[in-house]
Design a protein around this ligand. Structure first.
Ligand SMILES: *Cc1c(COP(=O)(O)O)cnc(C)c1O
Length: 402
């Protein structure tokens, strides 16, 4: 290292202020209604402090307790904590998806669902989504099956379960494994059962913007005891249970800390009430926006208990004089925060078009990427704020009508 290296400027690795604001880290102005509420309360803070005082920081009893309670809450038999939702996907994929496999997955959503398929050395086969549910269109998926297709991954996007009957029907007919990405859908239900009851494995994230958080964190649930054992092995360097430094599989370190698990347990106990609040807020918004001709409000999948991670409206751009981004700016001027999840189909992302050569058109996904706008729906909103959000949306829509 020469003298010049000591002069090098430190690299700023903090997320930009705009992202912090969008994720609720920094209030923009006191009147602004934020799109996310990620503050921790006293119950989470004291639970974390208790673990800090105990000195037992690594994955231990709190993680085990969190796993038991989370499995029960989601209708699954087994649950395994992981350090984030992306490693939860990676763990769930590894025993089920092999190199060279083709894997059906939705073209609309967050990239990790697809990028972790590529990380397995497998090929994502993008499928278009249903414009009403935002989730994988099983009929479209059926048409895209290849001789090497071994699995289907379905995301429960925005808190709305996919059409599980259709996905499992497809999987049964074609002999596919099923993995669900429920990063946005803790406590969602389908036909009266927790979504953890379905498929070979279900993955969750506890990132701060999700319906519940541990800072960073994730979980995999499954009803398959053998799979659960395999995942536990992979999570901890392939170390045989109870046999320190005896490694029987090539594994990783995807463990969660007991500090995070204590926060997760406290958040999980708050979640039923917060979910009820999200649902009430969503129903209210939909009622107030029902007469707005340029806004399409979200509806749950038939048979599903939506948990409204996002309240995603679709803008009728054919009847508006502005695009979605301009609409969002006008809402900001009305002191209503909003967020665009997602401005691009996954199948349209630069790295995906680079790595996945045969690019099929995804008309619905591409349309949603232009139309979707997420409004605040979180548990911290007051009734007055919900009213103000709907009024602001109606005012902007009225002003921009074509
Ligand atoms: C957040 C999210 C992930 C990734 O979870 P992280 O905890 O951020 O790694 C994966 N899939 C979906 C659908 C998500 O929303």
């Amino acid at each position: 290292m020469g003298a010049t290296s000591t002069k090098r400027q430190p690299v700023n690795i903090a997320p930009p202020a705009s992202r912090l604001a969008a994720e609720g880290g920094v209030p923009v102005s006191p009147e602004m209604i934020p799109v996310v509420s990620a503050r921790l309360g006293e119950s989470e803070i004291s639970a974390a402090v208790e673990v800090l005082r105990s000195g037992q920081l690594r994955q231990g009893r709190k993680c085990a307790e969190f796993e038991r309670e989370f499995a029960a809450a989601t209708g699954a038999e087994f649950a395994l904590t992981t350090c984030n939702g992306t490693t939860a996907l990676q763990l769930a994929y590894e025993p089920i998806i092999g190199p060279g496999d083709d894997v059906l997955c939705p073209a609309f959503g967050f990239i990790a669902t697809a990028s972790m398929i590529l990380a397995r050395g497998a090929r994502p086969i993008f499928c278009d989504v249903d414009a009403r549910t935002f989730n994988i269109d099983a009929a479209d998926a059926q048409r895209r099956i290849t001789p090497r297709t071994t699995a289907v991954v379905a995301t429960h996007l925005y808190g709305n379960p996919a059409d599980i009957d259709a996905v499992e029907g497809l999987a049964d007919r074609c002999g596919l494994s099923v993995i669900y990405d429920a990063a946005q859908s803790h406590l969602a239900t389908y036909r009266g059962r927790g979504i953890g009851a379905f498929g070979h494995a279900v993955t969750y994230s506890f990132y701060p913007t999700k319906n519940m958080t541990t800072g960073e964190g994730g979980m995999v649930t499954t009803n398959d005891g053998e799979l659960a054992q395999r995942l536990a092995l992979l999570r901890d360097h392939g170390m045989a249970p109870g046999q320190r430094y005896h490694h029987v599989a090539l594994g990783y370190n995807y463990r969660l800390t007991d500090v995070a698990a204590a926060i997760g347990l406290a958040q999980l106990r708050l979640l039923p009430e917060r979910t009820a609040k999200r649902r009430a807020n969503a129903e209210r918004l939909s009622r107030l926006l029902a007469q707005c001709p340029t806004v399409i409000t979200p509806v749950p999948t038939e048979g599903a208990g939506h948990v409204y991670h996002q309240y995603a409206i679709r803008l009728r751009l054919d009847r508006l004089r502005c695009d979605r981004d301009e609409f969002a700016r006008l809402l900001t001027a009305e002191n209503v925060g909003s967020a665009t999840h997602y401005p691009r189909a996954i199948s349209d992302q630069p790295i995906i078009t680079e790595l996945v050569a045969d690019r099929a058109p995804m008309p619905v996904s591409e349309q949603l990427a232009r139309e979707v706008l997420c409004l605040p729906v979180h548990h911290d909103l007051t009734d007055d704020q919900v009213q103000r959000i709907a009024e602001a949306v109606a005012r902007v829509a009225e002003a921009m009508i074509a």
